[in-house]
Design a binder for this molecule. Sequence first.
Ligand SMILES: *Cc1c(COP(=O)(O)O)cnc(C)c1O
Length: 480
Amino acid sequence: MAVNYVSTRGENTGATYSSIVLKGLAADGGLFLPEAYPQVSARQLESWRSLSYADLAFEVLRLFADDIPPEDLKALCRKTYRKEVYCCGRRGEDFSRITPVKWLSGKYDGIGILELSNGPTLAFKDMAMQFLGALFEYLLDRQGGELNILGATSGDTGSAAEYAMRGRKGIRVFMLSPHGRMSDFQRAQMYSLKDENIFNIAVQGAFDDAQDIVKAVSNDHAYKQAHSIGTVNSINWARIGAQVVYYFRGWLEASSASGEEVDFTVPSGNFGDILAGWIAKQMGLPVGRLVVATNENDVLDEFFRTGVYRVRDRAHTYVTSSPSMDISKASNFERYVSDIVGRDAGRVRALWNDVAEKGQFQLTAQEFDLVRKSGFESGKSTHADRLATIRALWADQKVMIDPHTADGLKVAMEHKRPGVKMLTLETALPAKFEETIREAIGEKPEIPASYEGIESKPQFVTVMPADAQRVKRFLSEHVQ
Ligand SMILES: *Cc1c(COP(=O)(O)O)cnc(C)c1O
């Protein structure tokens, strides 16, 4: 029987995997979840130990994508998770395992870094986005039609989306970025693409202005329909599903016996990356603790300490040196809360109604007790922590990590349990954040060979005012 996808706010129309992955939110404003999480037995899990990443991805994803013929899904996984795609990160290393674990020693003993940044844009978002690109192309080919992806980025998401969609049939990407506000590297990464289906638009404003334009266009339903507008944001279920895979891979790498618990720490922003860990746990993977690491924007740390979810306004969303975690609200969080309240859609609606009206909600004591028992913990890291963590790890082990991964490592060390392995998820390579690396250790991060000299390549970008009408006009002119 096909997996039935339902909305956190109650919509239940028998939606399948293929039907929801090309959509964003459900019609009732909620997020899609499988009605029940598929289960993996200990025996099945043991039988996966020797699989390649691609074949493991197939085994996990077929449990969610059961309306795609298995041979097609297997081909999609093998086309995506190969070393020619995940070879961009480090020089002269073995990429055949796609997401190897780098075990640390000494005072870091028992902590491993799950390497997720070997893809084309040097951040973990490639892990899911590359699959999404292949999947979209496949689905569009099967059902006909085209897709114009409109997005806003402050850096990582936009480049991951462009590198995943470039050259794909039936797909165009229109990516808005804040003019003059990204790092030189991030700009070069996106704007140097020459593919005919990639359109970079630099908006004269901040990231929030770009995001508002995307929202305005998405809310114009007639325009959206007429121009086949889609999104690739982190609430897309196909992205979450693909992220579940590397928790299985990580557990298989870290455990030596059936049922052995492994803890995970995850630098978090929109709660997508760590949500995938929660789902893996619900499927039966022996995940012990799931530790949320935040930066100065500590909405999630506050929630896991107090049961109060208090979104921030723009004035209280700080610009930090781990910018991909600078969020005011966590767009995937509703999925976890839905599970905590036993999928009670009325309760989810009431809680998000509180957010809309009062900017916050508070769980009951009974609900918060379920949060505590769910295995989640949290911690926070500041600019000074980030620098100290990068510096100490470099001095001690000659391992260089990026500022987001450093937030994770700082919090992982605070939550490490004796005798239990802790995997901390790598979110990007240091090459993307040169300024902070220099500040921490006084050295320039290593730039992967595939990116050498990128900042001097010609750039292709259209600059325009932060005006939704202008963006719509541009888009209309470029889709025939
Ligand atoms: C996207 C991103 C994050 C945050 O991940 P979420 O899934 O939004 O929690 C953290 N670090 C980096 C480098 C990212 O690109």
